[in-house]
Design a protein around this ligand. Sequence first.
Ligand code: GAR
Length: 365
Amino acid sequence: MKKIAIFASGNGSNAENIYQFFSNGNRVRVPLVIYDRINAGVADRMAKYPDVKTVYIPKSTWQENPQEIIDLLRHEEIDLIVMAGFLRFAPKELTEAFAGRMLNIHPSLIPAHCGPGMYGDKVHQAVIAAGDAKSGVTVHYVSDIIDGGEILMQEEVEVAEGETAESLAQKIHEVEYSLYPRAIVAALARLDSQELNPPAIPGVTPPPTPSPAEEWAETLGVSYNPEKICQTDNSAENLQNTLESNQNPEQFQSQLQSQLQNPQQPGIPAGSRTHYPTEPGQSSGQLEEKMPSTYLVWSVVMTLLCCLPAGVVAIIYSCQVSSKFYAGDFAGAMRASERAQIWIIISFVLGVMVNTLYFPLMMLF
Ligand code: GAR
C-alpha cells in the first residue's frame, strides 16, 4: 500500500480527482491533504471524505519549522508528495527529505511560461498573449528550482482561435485530471523499482553480495568462514570432487552442512566452497569436462540405431496396408495396419528409453 500526501493552495479540483481515482483501487491511498491558505477551497472539498486528514499549515511553519511538516509526513508514512495547485515554494529541508518523492503539476509545456509568479490563470493569460498555437500540462519532480525538476510527463493542448484564458484553463484542467493520476502511477512504479535496486550512494560501499555457499550456510543456520576453508585446501582435484558431489544435491547439502560445521573433516573439499559451480565464471569450464559435446552426438547416434530398425519395419507394414487394401484383401490390410502401429510404438519407446538411460549410464561409466 502506497500513501500519498497532497499539497494544495486553492480550489483543489485536482486533489479531489486524485483522491477519487485511487479510492477505486486498494494499492494507493490519500490519507493526508495539506493546505497553506486558511480559506482554500480544497479544505471544504475534502471534508466530505472521512478517511482523509486535512491539515492547515501556516506560512510561519513553512518558513521557520519545516521539520514539523517532515515529521507529520513521516508519521503518516507518506511515500509520495503530490502538489496540486500548491503555490508555495517548498522548503529545502522538505525537498531534500523527499528527494525523488515530490511531484508538481504545471499548466503549460515547461520550459514555456513557468517559474516564479507563473501559476493558474496567469499562465493561460501569458499563453494567449504570446499567441502560442499550443499549450499543455507538465508533471515534474520538485527540485530547488521553481518548475525546474525532472519532467515526468507532458501532454499538449491546442489553443483554438479566439481562445480565452478561462476556456483554456478548462481544457487544461480536463487534461490534468487524466494526466496527473497516470504520472503518479509512473512515479510510484519508479519508486518501487528503486527500492528493489537502490542506486549506489557515493562514498558508501554496499554490503558484499553473499556467495551461493554463504547463502546456503545461512539457510542451513551454520557458521561459515570462507578464508579458513580456503587456506586448508584449494586444489583443482578437490574442485572436481565438489562438482561430482554436486550431482546429488541432497548428498552435497548434507556434506556441506557437516563440513561447514567442522572444516577439518573430510568430505567436500574445503577449498571448493568459494568455487561452487553455480558461481559465475566457475561453472562452465568444469562442467564441460564432465559433459563434452561429443556426448550429444553419441546420444543422436544411439537414438537412430535403436529407433531405425523398428521404424523400417513399421514403414514396410505401412506400405503393405495400401497395397493389400487395393488388392481387395481388407483383413490383410487391417493386420498390416495393426503391426505398423505396434512397430511405431516400439520405435518410440526404444527412442525414449535410450535417451533416459543414456545420460545416467554415461555418468556412471
Ligand atoms: C491547476 O491547473 C494546476 O496546474 C495549477 O493550478 C491549478 C490548480 O487547480 N498549478 C500551478 O499553476 C502551479 N504552478 P485546482 O486547485 O482546481 O486543482
